[in-house]
Design a protein around this ligand. Structure first.
Ligand SMILES: *Cc1c(COP(=O)(O)O)cnc(C)c1O
Length: 408
C-alpha cells in the first residue's frame, strides 16, 4: 500500500529559541522564484550581487565574500579544512561554549595539532589570556566563536587581528549567531575568515552559509589548489602545499567557482542563493545600525520582562549577546513541561540548553524578523501564563509593562 501523506502544512509557530527563527516573508517569496542554470548570466549576476551585499554585511572589502551551500557548520568546516594540513597546522581554539567545542571536534577530525584557551560557560576569554597562550603555543590559526548561543555570551574580538598578524597566524571567527544582529567588524577587527548562517539574525532558513576571506588567507588557500599532478601535491616540483582534504569544502575550488573563471564545482543551490540574497537586501535596506539597535532593544526588553517576572537571567551582563537571553528555570520546575505548554497553548517555541546548562536554563531568542516588540511581549505574556499554570509564583502582570518600557 502506498501512503502519500499530507501536503506540507506546518502550524504557524513563533520561533523564539536560539535559532532557527521565522524567515522574513520577503525571503520566503524570493525563494519561490523560478530556477536558473548556474552559468546563466542572470544567475551569475545574482551571485556577484550576493557577494557585494555580503561584503557590506561583513563590513569588509574582501573580494572573496560568498556563500557555501550548506548550513552554518558547512562554512566552519570549509574554513578549517582549507586552513588545516593534518599533522602540521597548529590551531589555538578560544572556547567558552558548545560551538567552541565544535571547533575542537572539527580540528581533531582534521588531524590538527590544537590547544585550547578556555573560559567557563557564561564567561568570555580575556584577550590577554588569548595572547599569553598564543605567544607560548605559536599557532598557525586562532579559531573562535563570536556569539556562542549555547551560553548566550559574545566574545570580544578587538585586538585578535593584530595579535594574529604579530605571530603570523590566520584568524577564524564563527559569527553565525550574530551577523546581521550585532556588529561584525571583519576589516575593523582585522580577522581573516568569518562565517555565518541565515537562520539567526539574518532572518532566513538554514541551508546557506555566507563567508568572507581576507586576501592573505585566500592566497594561502590557493597555494593548496588541487593540481593535476595528483593526490600528494606537496611532492610536486612546483612546491605546492598538500591539497585540501575535502572536495566539497575545498575553498580554493569554491573561490575559482565564484570567480570570473566560473570553474565548475558543485551545482549552486539556486533557491538558497535567492534566500541569502534577499536576507542581505532586507538587512541593508533597514540599515545595519538600525538593525543592531532593534536587536538590542528586543533583547533588553526580553531581559527586563524576565527580571520583572522574578526570574534570574543567566551570564555576565557585560558580555551577553543582545539577541539570545538565557534564563534560569525556577527551582524544582520541569523546564520541558513549560516548553511543551508554550508550544501547545501558544504555538511559541523557546529553547532548551545543552551540556552543563541542560535543565538549568531556557534560551529565548529575539532574532532577525522576530526581534520586534509584539513578538517579545507575546512571548513574555505566554511564559507568564505557563509559569502560573505550573504553580510558579511570579510577579503577576509585571513582565509586559517592564518590557514595553524599553520602547518608551
Ligand atoms: C546556530 C549556530 C551554528 C549552527 O550551525 P548549523 O550548521 O547552521 O546548525 C553554528 N555556530 C554558532 C555560533 C551558532 O550559534
Amino acid at each position: 500500500m502506498t501512503d502519500f501523506f499530507g501536503e506540507i502544512n506546518p502550524p504557524q509557530r513563533l520561533l523564539m529559541g536560539p535559532g532557527p527563527v521565522n524567515a522574513h516573508p520577503r525571503v520566503l517569496r524570493a525563494m519561490s522564484a523560478d530556477l536558473l542554470g548556474q552559468f546563466d548570466p542572470e544567475m551569475t549576476a545574482y551571485m556577484n550581487e550576493t557577494m557585494a551585499l555580503y561584503r557590506q554585511l561583513f563590513r569588509t572589502q574582501n573580494r572573496w565574500t560568498f556563500l557555501i551551500d550548506g548550513t552554518a557548520r558547512a562554512a566552519i568546516e570549509a574554513a578549517l579544512v582549507s586552513l588545516i594540513d593534518a599533522g602540521r597546522t597548529h590551531v589555538l581554539i578560544v572556547r567558552s561554549g558548545r560551538f567552541g567545542l565544535l571547533l575542537t571536534e572539527i580540528c581533531e577530525r582534521l588531524g590538527a595539532d590544537y590547544e585550547v584557551v578556555d573560559a567557563p560557560w557564561g564567561e568570555v576569554v580575556p584577550m590577554d589570556a588569548i595572547r599569553a597562550k598564543a605567544l607560548e603555543f605559536r599557532p598557525d590559526v586562532i579559531a573562535c566563536v563570536h556569539g556562542d548561543t549555547s551560553t548566550t555570551m559574545a566574545q570580544p574580538l578587538d585586538g585578535l587581528g593584530d595579535l594574529c598578524r604579530e605571530i603570523g597566524a590566520f584568524s577564524y571567527v564563527d559569527a553565525t549567531a550574530t551577523l546581521g544582529g550585532m556588529p561584525i567588524e571583519t576589516d575593523g577587527w582585522g580577522v581573516d575568515i568569518v562565517t555565518a548562517g541565515l537562520q539567526k539574525c539574518l532572518g532566513g532558513p538554514s541551508g546557506s552559509a555566507p563567508m568572507t576571506i581576507s586576501d592573505r588567507a585566500a592566497e594561502f588557500i590557493f597555494s593548496r589548489r588541487h593540481t593535476e599532478k595528483g593526490i600528494r601535491a606537496a611532492d610536486a616540483e612546483d612546491g605546492h602545499r598538500p591539497r585540501i582534504g575535502s572536495n566539497y569544502f575545498d575553498l580554493a575550488m569554491i573561490m575559482d567557482y565564484w570567480s570570473e573563471k566560473r570553474l565548475n564545482h558543485h551545482t549552486e543551490a539556486t533557491t538558497m542563493l535567492y534566500g541569502a540574497r534577499e536576507c542581505a537586501r532586507v538587512a541593508l535596506q533597514e540599515g545595519l545600525e538600525a538593525r543592531f539597535e532593534r536587536h538590542a532593544k528586543a533583547g533588553a526588553a526580553m531581559t527586563a520582562g524576565l527580571r520583572a517576572m522574578g526570574l534570574s537571567v543567566y551570564g555576565d551582563d557585560r558580555y551577553r549577546m543582545t539577541n539570545v537571553t538565557g534564563v534560569y528555570i525556577p527551582k524544582g520546575l520541569d523546564g520541558e513541561r513549560v516548553r511543551q505548554r508554550m508550544r501547545e497553548d501558544f504555538e511559541i517555541e523557546i529553547g532548551t540548553a545543552f551540556g552543563p546548562l541542560q535543565g538549568q536554563i531556557w534560551r529565548i531568542g529575539a532574532m532577525g524578523y522576530n526581534a520586534m516588540k509584539s513578538k517579545v511581549l507575546t512571548t513574555l505574556a505566554a511564559l507568564e501564563a505557563c509559569l502560573v499554570a505550573e504553580g510558579v509564583a511570579v510577579n503577576l502582570g509585571a513582565a509586559v509593562p517592564a518590557a514595553r518600557e524599553v520602547w518608551g
